[in-house]
Ligand binder design. Structure first.
Ligand code: NDP
Length: 244
């Protein structure tokens, strides 16, 4: 395959968890995947090795999605190397739960910066290039929590609901340039993020009777990136075992 024909994807927060599964699935579908991580180099190296062992193509890009200049530089680097970015998956996200009455401003700000302001930091430079290229797929990692609300997660729910609004508005801005902007909204997925929750209690609320797997979220994203999904725009695709 020539360099021009390879599809280029950037997945933020893809050293582990859902992002890792997305990076692997896109690499399996012949994308050259840029794996972003912030601090866990070992996990990122492992993801890179696994993709290469499977015959896929990937590169590591360390940066903090809350840092606007670093995000712009990362996008520049990819465009310099490949002249384009076809797919952006805004996946990096964290939680810092507390009832609002006890929540410190820092915990609010940290979640909004990481989960929502990162959307602006990443998407603005990528969109400029996609508009020129007249092609693109942007997928934002929302959450069921952002659709129905969770007590103890006012900051997290606000950030994810904000992402859904941004998804719908941006889709309207750029749909006529052959660019789709969608959100994938997982329920409870088995990752480090859900390690400390009371699984038995949570499972009672999930019609499927189990947590989801990162690969099940990744499959929805691969579909949204495909040509078959070219008329799906501004949507929120739930991957939640029937919770909502
Ligand atoms: P994990 O905690 O397993 O992974 C988080 C990833 O994000 C890691 O790769 C981490 O890299 C990276 N990351 C965190 N902060 C930053 C940052 N500032 N800059 C760059 N990378 C960063 O989380 P999940 O895989 O569970 O979650 C992925 C996404 O899915 C999140 O947006 C989350 O909100 C969402 N989601 C998850 C659900 C679940 O049940 N697991 C449900 C609904 C939504 P490093 O370790 O190097 O910092």
């Amino acid at each position: 395959m020539t360099k021009e024909k390879i599809q280029i994807a950037l997945v933020t927060g893809s050293s582990r968890g859902i992002g890792k599964a997305v990076a692997q699935a896109l690499a399996n579908n012949k994308y050259l995947v840029y794996i972003n991580y912030m601090s866990d180099r070992q996990a990122a190296d492992k993801t890179l090795d696994e993709i290469r062992t499977n015959g896929g193509q990937a590169r590591l890009l360390q940066f903090d999605v809350t840092d606007t200049a670093s995000c712009e530089n990362a996008v520049k680097e990819i465009i310099t190397e490949n002249k384009k970015i076809d797919v952006l998956v805004n996946n990096a996200g964290i939680r810092n739960d507390r009832l609002l009455a006890m929540m410190k401003k820092d915990a609010w700000q940290q979640i909004i910066d990481t989960n929502l302001n990162s959307f602006f930091n990443m998407t603005k430079p990528v969109v400029k290039q996609m508009l020129k290229n007249r092609y693109g797929r942007i997928i934002n990692m929302a959450s069921t929590a952002g659709q129905i609300g969770n007590a103890g997660q006012v900051n997290y729910c606000a950030s994810k609901a904000g992402l859904i609004g941004a998804t719908k508005a941006l889709a309207r801005e750029i749909a006529n340039r052959n660019i789709t902007v969608n959100a994938v909204s997982p329920g409870f997925i088995e990752t480090q993020m859900t390690e400390n929750i009371d699984i038995d209690e949570i499972v009672k609320s999930i019609p499927a009777g189990r947590l989801g797997k990162p690969e099940e979220v990744a499959a929805a994203i691969v579909f949204l990136c495909s040509n078959d999904a070219s008329y799906i725009n501004g949507q929120v695709i739930g991957v939640n075992g029937g919770i909502i």
